[in-house]
Design a protein around this ligand. Structure first.
Ligand SMILES: NC(=O)c1ccc[n+]([C@@H]2O[C@H](COP(=O)([O-])OP(=O)(O)OC[C@H]3O[C@@H](n4cnc5c(N)ncnc54)[C@H](OP(=O)(O)O)[C@@H]3O)[C@@H](O)[C@H]2O)c1
Length: 326
């Protein structure tokens, strides 16, 4: 007989209210998959993007008219409940965390996933609430830092240093040996310093473009600046990356054109994540070099409220959702 589980389901694109609590069949893992009992997940900007489909281009991945995947939640932490016959890397009872932005499924009591995917055992001593937000913002940060080829000693500005991506970027850039200047608002100055920023520009107290410093890399982690505005702050071979398309999608165009000129350029990478990345993030968490910032916590049944909060664009770090009580 089919077993049912609770899940937050959506079947059409739209505002947070398109997501509703339903009972759906619990999946059975295939030979190469694990079944994970989800203890914690997050609501992040990736989930928001796939739910709203406000950027039409995302529909080429998620379904042109209606979503192909009906349960979002790309980031999760939980316990392996069962494994397929070919799985050797995990066993029932393993505490795991991971990322899945093709099948999603974290906004439910259970999800299945290929054992070879972006999945790893949770660092010793870390609870599910802290393990769930280890991957989303951090892998975007990691992908962009790698694209910019950041080296030890480079001077980097992180604009929007307290979002999920920005707060991970500050910590990862310190790991790569960069000198980090973070831009944040007044109330978050102490937070970004605690993440390791070498210097902080409070954008409410002064215009960040007036700094006399010059940068190898400007990473706008919240997509609120423009290349034209930041260009004078770049060193001659400096790189600008924004996590947003920019006005009239200019960052795509600039990423095609500016590298041809050979000096200050815009890049627009599409970061991906694999098992090696998850293992790196795990190792950094174990060494105390990366700790995801956690803002509010919600329950699975409160997902609509969580979406509304995340879509204010003002969360600090990550919004975590408790599913099964641990
Ligand atoms: N390209 C991709 O594949 C991709 C994937 C995921 C997300 N994104 C985009 O990446 C961006 C960041 O995502 P996220 O989850 O890290 O964001 P987030 O957590 O929602 O960012 C919230 C933070 O943004 C800061 N902020 C808001 N308005 C600001 C402003 N005008 N100037 C400076 N900082 C401001 C706030 O910091 P303060 O309180 O210090 O102001 C707040 O802490 C979003 O725009 C999202 O759509 C892109």
């Amino acid at each position: 007989m089919e077993t049912l589980m609770k899940a937050m389901v959506y079947s059409r694109y739209g505002p947070p209210e398109v997501v509703q609590l339903r009972k759906v069949p619990k999946q059975v893992p295939r030979a190469n998959e694990v079944l994970i009992k989800i203890h914690a997940t997050t609501v992040n900007r990736t989930d928001c993007g796939f739910r709203s489909a406000n950027y039409f281009v995302t529909r080429f991945f998620s379904g042109l008219f209606n979503p192909k995947v009906n349960i979002l939640g790309c980031e999760f932490a939980g316990e392996v409940e069962a494994v397929g016959s070919e799985v050797l890397a995990f066993k029932p009872g393993d505490r795991v965390f991971g990322y899945d932005d093709s099948a999603f499924g974290g906004h439910a009591e259970y999800k299945v996933m290929a054992a070879s995917g972006a999945l790893a055992v949770i660092p010793d001593g870390m609870d599910y609430i802290h393990a769930a937000p280890l991957t989303e913002g951090s892998h975007y940060a990691l992908g962009n830092i790698r694209a910019a080829k950041v080296k030890a000693g480079d001077t980097v500005m992180v604009y929007g240093a307290t979002g999920a991506i920005g707060s991970a970027a500050v910590q990862l850039l310190k790991y790569f040996g960069a000198y980090v200047v973070a831009v944040s608002n007044t109330k978050n100055v102490d937070l970004v310093k605690s993440l390791g920023a070498d210097d902080v520009i409070d954008y409410q107290a002064r215009d960040f473009t007036q700094t006399s410093r010059r940068f190898d890399f400007i990473f706008d982690a919240v997509g609120k600046s423009a290349f034209g505005q930041c260009r004078p702050l770049l060193k001659p071979k400096g790189v600008y990356i924004s996590t947003e398309l920019g006005k009239n999608s200019e960052n795509i165009f600039l990423a095609l054109v500016t590298p041809l000129r050979g000096n200050r350029k815009v890049l627009f990478p599409l970061p991906a994540i694999n098992k090696a990345d998850v293992l790196l993030l795990k190792s950094l968490a174990e060494q105390g070099l990366f700790t995801p910032v956690i803002d509010r916590q919600f329950r699975l049944e409160e997902l609509v409220e969580a979406y509304h909060y995340v879509e204010t664009g003002q969360k600090t770090g990550n919004v975590v959702v408790g599913v099964h009580r641990s």
